[in-house]
Ligand binder design. Sequence first.
Ligand SMILES: *Cc1c(COP(=O)(O)O)cnc(C)c1O
Length: 431
Amino acid sequence: MTVDSPGFATTAVPAARRQGAAPSRATPIYLTAGFEFDDFDHAADHFGTGAGFGYTRTGNPTVHAVERQLAALESASEAVLVASGQAAVVTALLTVAGAGDHIVSSTHIYEGTRGLLLDNLARLGIETTFIDDIADADAWRGAVRPNTRALFGESIANARNDILDIAAISGVADEFAIPLIVDNTLATPFLLRPLEHGAAMVVHSASKFLAGHGSVLGGVILDDGRFDAATAGHNAPHLVLPGRGGLPSVAARHGGNARIAYARESVAPRFGASPSPLNAFLIGQGAETLGLRVERQSRNALDVARWLSAQDAVESVDYVGLESHPDHSLAAKYLQGGHGSIFTFTLSGGLDAARDFVESVEVFTHMTHIGDVRSLVLHPATTSHSHRSPDERDVLGVRPGTLRLSIGIENVADLIADLARVLEPARQAVA
Ligand SMILES: *Cc1c(COP(=O)(O)O)cnc(C)c1O
């Protein structure tokens, strides 16, 4: 403090200014809106080149550390962390598409993403064609138009637990020099890394398994760093043409990382869904135990699914870990170390049985969330999928008696005891 006798307020505000770095082993939380410039030229240089840290919406050391951690887990070249999974999907799609462009998407996607495509992106002039039979590569190929800018799907889809054949569908994307973007939220990089199978971009809701404890929202966009201006530039003029004021193109400045650089420079900070450094820290801390949790959750889920499929009150169980699931053998190609913890099952007692179930379970929490350390249950037909027609719900495997489970890390005997109490024959008979 160079002022001789500063007033109370002046004394109060400069706390921790230029605090020296201590070798913190845990990721330090830089909970700050901005960063002090060394001098006049440093500020000019930061605004000119984007190097270093100036303002937290465009870059923050805590956020950056978590981006590097998640990129390493997904075998990605780079990652951009944003405020929610929805922000990640928006950022990825607006990185590749603009007005007049077209996207081909799986029908079997998160309802928020479907609404984004049908309502918001449609209003911005981006049209989507949906594919019901995602295993049919010809259906994807046939839907591609000259203005198609990306294929989009989920690695493991809710509600039927279908597996996207990433190698086959990314092969279709390659034929047209466009990226396959995979939402890998349900599989997590512990079970599956889509970029290793040919996908070009990956998105996650980090609110789910990555953070893992149901306390924060976040999202991440990851890229393989293999954008090729020579072969794909005609599908991405915004990456290969010079920028405003004669700035060299994004591809000229960032090469193979042009897509993710554009997401970082032009999409994420402008649309403004910046993550809080505190939330970034919690996502990074969660990701440290991702493998332990998902391994345990997958084991628990398989035990619960097997137990459910042996019950009279249960009509069907859609869990890809069961041999009876149509994609079980495809899962062997893509999933390592388990089959995930989210699946649906259908009670033969229909809507009434489903209502009784969600109101009677005690270890399970009735909540619209997934990928939590706690086991959760939701009735899709009256909640997440209530805006679909009965026919559409049928295609998606959502019937009146269908319930979605997200299995947590609890002792599996306690989960099964909770289910047994609710589904026991005596109770079903009187219900
Ligand atoms: C939850 C979810 C999203 C949206 O993520 P938020 O963090 O809730 O914004 C997107 N995709 C999938 C598959 C999800 O489960």
